[in-house]
Ligand binder design. Structure first.
Ligand SMILES: [Zn+2]
Length: 183
């Protein structure tokens, strides 16, 4: 088990209150993990795994508040919701915004298992996410380090700090095995 990590503001990955709050979000299909302690990226990976089990592309996302509380966790639901915009990031951003009662998630961080597409990157900018942590890089569909490179455009008015490649191996392996099983 990854021991989690400590950020400069003192937040320690995977506190118990985070898990409890996630269970209340009603969005995540991840069962309450009893005493298991997960970092936000591990929680996002668990959401991705749950998405794969539902037949969705395995991507998971988690929004964490400035004080380290998990506000929302979600996995892809494009098939289940018949919604091309129901990417994990979109669902997590919407749920977190509803929870805070504001379209702006100032100071919040987003963790996602895969490099966001251009749509999600733009929504991340609109939401004023402080830091974006993503797992696997996505040369085919990504919009952060590839393709549209949304945050690098002059039309982008809020750029989060971006940290790519977190738990990259696990996130990429999950996607590989999902698409292999479908062929
Ligand atoms: Zn997306």
């Amino acid at each position: 088990m990854d021991p989690g990590f400590r950020r400069s503001d003192g937040w320690v990955g995977g506190s118990r209150p985070s898990i409890a709050l996630t269970a209340q979000s009603g969005l995540g299909t991840v069962a309450v993990m009893h005493e298991t302690i997960l970092s936000p990226m591990q929680l996002a990976l668990a959401e991705a795994e749950a998405a794969a089990a539902r037949g969705e592309v395995p991507v998971g996302a988690v929004v964490v508040s400035a004080t380290g509380v998990v506000l929302a966790a979600a996995g892809n639901r494009t098939e289940a919701d018949h919604d091309p915009s129901a990417h994990a990031e979109m669902l997590a951003l919407r749920a977190a915004a509803r929870r805070l009662g504001s379209p702006r998630l100032t100071g919040c961080d987003l963790y996602v298992t895969l490099e966001p597409c251009a749509m999600c990157a733009q929504a991340i900018s609109f939401a004023r996410i402080r830091r974006l942590y993503f797992g696997a890089r996505d040369p085919k569909g990504g919009g952060v380090e590839h393709g549209a490179r949304v945050f690098a455009q002059p039309t982008c008015h809020h750029r989060p700090e971006v940290y790519g490649g977190m738990e990259e191996g696990k996130a990429a392996e999950m996607l590989r095995s999902f698409f292999k099983d479908r062929r």
